[in-house]
Design a protein around this ligand. Structure first.
Ligand code: ADP
Ligand code: MG
Length: 697
């Protein structure tokens, strides 16, 4: 059966070697199977006919039915155009052609009714449609009253008549041959339980839906299936991992107790306690911990990590903490060092700028076990960094690291894997977490330390700058510190830099006598660090920076964040930036400044920030706006190359599919039951083409 779908595309009637070669290179379509899975990316709804009076700008394409009243050639030379009046009982609209005029004139007859399809554009108070498609009703071949599939294609293919319509014709031909060969890929109980269309019908309906109900049913079925198999893999991986991978048994909690009773600088929040307990049980279980810790900025993840590290160190093992930037690694190091010294454990730092001779000593102490905790950047992953006995690896701000790097930390010990705690401040929406980290256990800190006042977020237009500066002066007079952040313009580092420098100068002029720091990407790491440290020590009052300060940096006395050109930042990024303030007891503020001109999306981003401080809510909206690849930086890995499902929109289908996969594995973990034969077959079929899933866990 599988072999039918492996048939080379050139053998399909109407394709042949030349078109086949183009389909290969342009759309990655090599086989029947590839073509049939080249699903339409949208449909034109020709099942409905609008009245001319109903036209509005929110309807992208529209089908009208009306009589051609008047045909006129207007203008001359390049400006020559054909203007046609179309009328129905509700009004009239102009249809316009700039090209192919002769052909249209021949085809259209005044007094005759046509189906017209196109995109209405408004000019003043009137609409017109340029180059609409014209059809006579009842002509099923090209138009008619139904949904038309729209396929992605390319200019080269179009020149070979493989535009969307051309591809639709191939699909039609293929479906006739293929229908009998399409295997059912889900077990019957699941089909019944979730009311899923049979695979065969779903495939037909996804290409040529007979109506909107069938289209939805087909989409649901195919999305469900796609999620189901992802979840099944992840859940199986997790089962295998739990069974197979031993973890170092870490049971000694004496150090934790000492620290807890004598040196803990604050009371832990209930959420922190809960997460510590979860990790505690994992680490003593003998199985490898693989836990994702999600917690909004400022929720106190570092302390959780430190206490977990104490469990490792107290049990004669070592711990490592990897941060995404030098600044952050340093801050973690400084912070943890203060705690570590109090209870007499040794901590070291390793980053890209660690000197060679220091490195040698550091490597030695690490290998002998003298160093208990190592904090650093990617440098930790280098091969010559060898631990005596690594018990716990903590990865901070996961989204900055590739998934492959996470795996690399594990391999620092030969036979037994260290426990892994991955911390992220970008709350990953549930749907995404389930897909990306479906094989991990997830802990959430959903509570900020008490006494924090929610940050006040205000949107300012550039023109109100003087008022804003006035407020900043008051805050500085009160002893507070201020961040002013400029966007990074990826296309032009130079523009970026100029923008920042201009800003810096105008701020210097506006705040005479106030010490100001500046940090940007072009500075040497040590200069950056120096400036950052001055700000941390409260020697400078204003920090002017690009987004280098985005992640993790902690200056509790800084209570104001100003984001310039805020419309140019993504939602998650703005939320991260805002999280730099609100870390002390003072009321904190975040000012988002923009010009008057804001895109719809830009406005939505700003309003979202103004309205909520909840990182999970923000992450959900962000996912919908940007799509998943951007958020996690996994575009490259192919993990999120979904054929039809959309993580941003199909969260509830994912939930159901996961549930189904869980239930199935609970009963039949080895997939031995007869009714699960379709699942076994499908997994085998996917194995041939699938990406290496073990890489992402
Ligand atoms: P994040 O989760 O963003 O990494 P941090 O670990 O940097 O947050 O913590 C933010 C600040 O809150 C730090 O100054 C930390 O010392 C403080 N903090 C952490 N937990 C508590 C707590 N339970 N009570 C009061 N302050 C806390
Ligand atoms: Mg942090």
């Amino acid at each position: 059966m599988a072999s039918f779908f492996e048939t080379k595309i050139e053998f399909l009637k109407g394709v042949g070697p030349q078109k086949a070669a183009l389909l290969n290179t342009e759309l990655n379509i090599f086989t029947y199977g590839d073509l049939i899975q080249h699903y339409p990316f949208r449909y034109e709804d020709r099942s409905k006919i609008y009245r001319i009076s109903e036209i509005n700008e929110d309807i992208p394409n529209i089908q009208l039915y009306g009589e051609v009243r008047h045909i006129e050639l207007v203008g001359s030379g390049l400006k020559k155009r054909l203007v046609v009046q179309l009328a129905d009982s509700s009004g009239t609209i102009e249809l316009v052609w700039f090209k192919g005029i002769n052909w249209v004139v021949k085809k259209l007859k005044p007094g005759t009714a046509y189906l017209v399809f196109g995109k209405p554009v408004r000019y003043g108070s009137k609409y017109n449609i340029a180059h609409p498609e014209i059809d006579i009703p009842g002509n099923q071949q090209t138009g008619g009253l139904h949904y038309q599939p729209i396929y992605s294609t390319t200019e080269k293919l179009k020149r070979r008549l493989l535009d969307s319509k051309g591809i639709a014709m191939l699909q039609e031909a293929l479906l006739k041959l293929a229908f009998a060969h399409i295997p059912e890929t889900l077990p019957l109980p699941i089909m019944n339980g979730y009311k899923l269309l049979p695979k065969k019908d779903a495939v037909v309906q996804i290409h040529f839906p007979s109506d909107s109900v069938q289209l939805q049913a087909a989409q649901f079925r195919l999305k469900f299936e796609e999620f189901f198999y992802i979840q099944l893999r992840l859940l199986k991986l997790r089962l295998t991992r739990i069974e197979k991978y031993k973890g170092i048994v870490l049971t000694n909690t004496q150090l934790i107790k000492d620290f807890y009773h004598d040196h803990l600088p604050f009371t832990l929040t209930d959420a922190q306690k809960r997460v510590i307990k979860e990790a505690y049980h994992d680490m003593r279980s003998g199985k490898q911990m693989n836990r994702l810790l999600q917690g909004d900025v400022g929720s106190g993840k570092t302390m959780v990590a430190f206490i977990c590290m104490l469990q490792a160190v107290g049990s004669q093992a070592q711990a490592a903490l990897m941060a995404p930037t030098e600044i952050l690694a340093d801050q973690h190091f400084q912070g943890l060092k203060a705690y570590a010294e109090k209870i007499g454990i040794r901590i070291a730092k390793l980053t890209g700028s660690t000197k060679k001779k220091d490195r040698r000593i550091l490597h030695e102490k690490l290998q002998s076990g003298e160093t208990n905790i190592l904090v650093g950047t990617h440098a930790l992953l280098e091969d010559e960094v060898q631990f005596h006995k690594l018990g716990l690896a903590v990865v901070d701000e996961q989204h900055r690291f590739g998934v492959a790097q996470r795996a690399k930390l594990w391999q620092k010990t030969d036979n037994i894997y260290p426990h892994v705690l991955v911390m992220t401040a970008t709350p990953i929406p549930r749907t995404l977490a389930m897909t990306l980290y479906g094989d991990l256990d997830v802990s959430v800190i959903d509570e900020l330390p008490s006494g924090r006042k929610p940050i006040k977020t205000v949107h300012f237009f550039d023109s109100a700058r003087l008022r804003l500066f006035g407020f900043l002066k008051e805050q500085i007079a009160l002893g507070r510190q201020v961040y002013i952040v400029y966007p990074l313009i990826e296309e032009s580092e130079k523009l970026d830099y100029n923008n920042l420098m201009e800003g810096y100068e105008s701020i210097s002029r506006a705040f005479p006598g106030v010490p100001i720091s500046i940090v940007h990407g072009k500075m040497k790491p040590e200069d950056k660090d120096f400036e950052m440290q001055r700000f941390v020590r409260n020697e400078t009052k204003i920090m002017v920076a690009t987004t280098v300060i985005e992640v993790g940096v902690n200056v509790p006395n800084a209570s104001v964040m100003v984001v310039e050109n805020a419309e140019r930042f993504g939602l998650a990024q703005l939320h991260q930036l805002r999280g730099r303030v609100g870390r002390g007891a003072d009321q904190s503020y975040c000012f988002l400044t923009t010009g008057y001109k804001l895109s719809k999306e830009g406005r939505l981003r700003i309003n979202t920030l103004v309205q909520t401080n909840n990182g999970f809510e923000i992450a959900d909206i962000d996912l919908k706006l940007r799509g998943p690849g951007e958020i996690t930086g996994t575009q490259q890995s192919g993990v999120l190359d979904l054929l039809i499902a959309d993580l941003g929109k199909d969260g509830d289908i994912l939930q159901q599919a996961r549930q189904a996969a869980q239930a199935l594995l609970a009963v039949d973990p080895e997939l031995n039951n007869a009714e699960n034969a379709p699942v076994r077959r499908q997994i085998d079929a996917q194995k041939k083409t699938a990406i290496n899933w073990s890489r992402i866990s």
